[in-house]
Design a protein around this ligand. Sequence first.
Ligand SMILES: [Zn+2]
Length: 259
Amino acid sequence: MFKNIMKNNRRVILSFDVDGERAFSSFDKMEKDIFLDDGVPAITGFLKKNGLDATFFAVGKNIQDFPRTHELLKDFEIGNHTFSHPRYLTKKSYKEKEAEIKKNHEIIEKFFGVSPTMFRAPDYSIDGDILDILRDMDYIGDSSLIRVLLPFRYFTNYIKQRKLALQEMEIPMTSFVIPFNGTSVISLGMTYAKTIFNILLMFNRTIVLNFHPRDFVNIDIKDIGFMNRDKALDTSMEFLDYIKGKCEIQSFRQYYSNK
Ligand SMILES: [Zn+2]
């Protein structure tokens, strides 16, 4: 409590999309996923050591294929990131969209014993159908407005959410004009990360930070569409330590319960 006052109530909502290698290919059944195997324990270790909650947007197929890894997430908030992490959910039929969301919802309930209330679309690809489905399922939030390196998609998603007048689904603003997430932190380095973070803090808005387990694995491969990530773990940890000293870190459920 005292810490909150000292930090001027500046809040970062920390979230992770637990999609691992499935973000890049849709393997039917997977035995190994280096990002999930190594990245998830690094993240949960940090959170537990610091007594923090965070929101993990889980993928149903990954829960099925990697139950032991997902056991580590049981104390944290779980959000819905679809069953199979399809590229561009918006290109699917209404029925397929509904199946992706509902099937994962049920798997999460069964595995974690709680009903998710937050959603994030793979590739941040949302539309009116998806928001309608979520509203019907009593979700309280969608967090697909993070732009990554795609400002255009941010603005189109933003307009869709406004048009639908989903007041209860509004999320706190994340970085508005500047790419700012785990990938940009790692690719562009700590000087960039700290500078942008401090600029965002000046706006006094809650910042939603989006990382992936792969951001916590030192790996020197360049064939998955990334720049050099051989210091990813160190960079991510250094950055999390930095924001921990400046802000209160929360999950979405903590954010909504304190709002
Ligand atoms: Zn994803």
